[in-house]
Design a protein around this ligand. Structure first.
Ligand code: PLP
Length: 457
């Protein structure tokens, strides 16, 4: 595709490297330019409107333009546009946000550490696992266990904890000491006649076997998302979390709940940990914390972890960890205002109403000849496309049909998240029932057009 020499597309091709992008294809086709947003819709540079059923990257909970958050950022920049949290220094928005997070935490939490991204929050959590076990005299208890297909971020440690082979390839990752257990994709991996409960028992037994094979005295923590996002929008099978947590507890490991996607209403409760009755030692969160409008993440640690940090800090004279933008007053002020907006709009009440409606609309697509599974919770749903519904046979090669549906969806003004041949739906939390009807209508057209193309081809 040729672009005018001075167009934003041509300038982008000449100057930018994009994340999670085929770089060679990008040089040929260039980018889609998003010019502006309004509510749950974004507009490209030609003025075409797209309903964003992915909320960007699961984060634009309040949509794409917000006067109130803009004013808060503006006022905070006028008052104090930057200061750091290092060496006993603080600022009011940072403290207020920490207090607010501790107030709404799903289980008692002691302190909050701030970063700019989900990756950094999980990196911090991983470092604290090592620090914690050093403090309690078990420095060899360092191994981090994640799950295949999980995603915890792109920094060297958080991607090592993730179970995405494509993101490890040729980076020489994961680092030694990062292990991955089975992931709970019941639809794809259950054996004939196996119930969800039996499948969950098998998943927990696999985790137990891995820990025993590695040596429980070397296994420091288990990290997991309550609902797997980038792994395909996978909600856990019944009894999964109860059984997995029992294994983690039995081996005296720390449990890190990665709430980067699930936190702040996505699953219908404030936290995924509440939806699935999790009792983590650390919670990482980001994304909807600031409605995606500022780069901020938080790591909540419980008293057990904090006491160990305190001991180490006493011993070493310093807690030698931190980021320049931790506790940034502007990001904190915007996040605080976001939490206030959630409260005032009764965000949880709203998700409680529109979430089941979305699940009902999407469940109807299970009758479509290409759709094998539709399963979700709150305003998060995963849909798997299959070549044969009866045998659950995937399309070959994997991902090609997903790309076809994506192309047709965009033609019909719909953005969703394609993960191979799974479609994840996670619209902004402000979406209305009428907008969900619009989403379903666009999806129906995209699936029908794709089906015609595939059969024709
Ligand atoms: C569950 C989960 N954890 C962590 C991350 C990484 O967050 P970030 O991209 O802000 O570093 C993501 C990003 O999508 C995520 O989905």
């Amino acid at each position: 595709m040729t672009h005018l020499p001075n167009s934003i597309q041509a300038r982008d091709i000449a100057s930018v490297v994009h994340p999670q992008t085929n770089l060679a294809r990008h040089l040929e086709q260039g980018p889609m330019v998003i010019g502006r947003g309004e509510g749950i819709y974004v507009y490209d540079d030609s003025g075409s409107r797209f309903l964003d059923a992915a909320a960007g990257l699961w984060c634009a909970s309040l949509g794409y333009a917000n006067e109130r958050l803009a004013r808060v950022a503006y006022e905070q920049m006028r008052r104090l546009g930057y200061y750091h949290f290092y060496r006993h220094t603080t600022n009011e928005p940072g403290v207020e946000l920490a207090e607010a997070l501790l107030r709404i935490a799903p289980v008692p939490m002691s302190k909050v550490l701030f970063q700019c991204s989900g990756s950094e929050a999980n990196d911090t959590a991983i470092k604290l696992v090592w620090y914690y076990h050093a403090a309690i005299g078990k420095p060899e208890k360092r191994k981090i266990i994640g799950r295949r297909m999980a995603y915890h971020g792109s920094t060297a440690a958080s991607i090592s904890a993730s179970g995405k082979p494509d993101m490890h390839a040729d980076f020489g990752l994961p680092f030694p000491g990062f292990l991955h257990t089975e992931y709970p994709h019941y639809y794809r991996h259950h054996r004939g006649g196996e119930t969800e409960e039996q499948f969950a028992t098998r998943m927990a037994a696999a985790l137990d076997a891995l820990i025993i094979a590695e040596g429980p005295e070397t296994c420091g923590a288990f990290i997991a998302e309550p609902v797997m996002g980038a792994g395909g929008g996978l909600t856990p099978p019944r009894s999964y979390w109860e059984k997995m947590q029992a294994v983690v507890r039995r081996h005296d490991m720390l449990f890190i709940a990665d709430e980067v996607i699930c936190g702040f209403g996505r699953t219908g409760n404030m936290w995924g940990s509440q939806t699935y009755d999790l009792a983590p030692d650390m919670i990482s969160c980001a994304k909807a914390l600031s409605a995606g409008m500022q780069p901020i993440s938080a790591l909540l640690v419980n008293e057990r972890v904090f006491q160990a940090m305190l001991d180490e800090s006493r011993k070493l004279g310093n807690f030698a960890h931190g980021f320049t933008y931790a506790g940034h007053p502007v990001t904190a002020a915007v996040a605080l205002e976001t939490l206030r907006i959630y409260d005032e709009m009764d965000m949880l009440g709203h998700v409680g109403e529109v979430g089941p409606y979305m699940q009902h609309l999407l469940a109807r697509f299970a009758a479509h000849p290409m759709v094998g599974e539709v399963r979700g919770v709150g305003l998060l749903c995963g849909m798997e496309l299959v070549a044969d519904k009866a045998s659950r046979t995937p399309f070959q090669p994997a991902g090609q049909v997903g790309a076809t549906v994506d192309r047709h969806a965009r033609r019909h003004g719909l953005i969703t998240r394609f993960i191979g041949d799974r479609i994840a739906f996670s619209p902004p939390l402000i979406i209305t029932k009428t907008e969900l009807d619009d989403m379903a209508a666009r999806l129906a057209r995209a699936l029908d057009d794709s089906w015609s193309e595939i059969r024709g081809g």
